[in-house]
Design a protein around this ligand. Structure first.
Ligand code: 5GP
Ligand code: ZN
Length: 113
């Protein structure tokens, strides 16, 4: 996608600090961290949001969730963490390329809304 910041990061047009990469996903440090550890898990395939998932493309979510425990351990998140997906305008999504936030490194506030 031409104007997608995460597609540009995946293509190397915009620099990022990668903490994990395989053939299907990257994980990068968030530019504006909200916790001591704040990493974004991003599929290389451009999927606009969780609302665009379907039976043909949803395997990527399982793949991301299968990778998270190992990365969390490498990043020292031994006492738990939070995984967040913001979807659409009301969900607070600002980058329209699906991604999952991994947050940790401190006791996080419990907020659902
Ligand atoms: P959202 O609000 O869509 O759930 O999350 C988007 C996240 O992407 C935000 O936490 C924001 O800080 C991060 N972000 C936006 N642009 C960039 C960028 O160019 N590089 C990195 N590493 N993170 C970015
Ligand atoms: Zn994209």
């Amino acid at each position: 996608m031409a104007d997608c910041v995460f597609c540009k990061i995946i293509d190397g047009e915009i620099p990022s600090t990668r903490v994990y990469e395989d053939d299907r996903i990257i994980a990068i440090r968030d530019l504006n961290p909200q916790a001591p550890v704040h990493v974004l898990f991003i599929p290389k395939e451009h999927i606009a949001s969780a609302d665009e998932l379907n039976k043909d493309n949803c395997d990527i979510v399982a793949h991301i969730f299968s990778v998270i425990p190992g990365v969390a351990k490498e990043l020292g998140l031994t006492n738990g963490y939070r995984i967040v997906n913001n979807c659409g305008e009301d969900g607070g999504q600002t980058v329209k390329h699906i991604h999952f936030h991994l947050l940790g490194g401190k006791k996080l506030e419990v907020t659902m809304a």
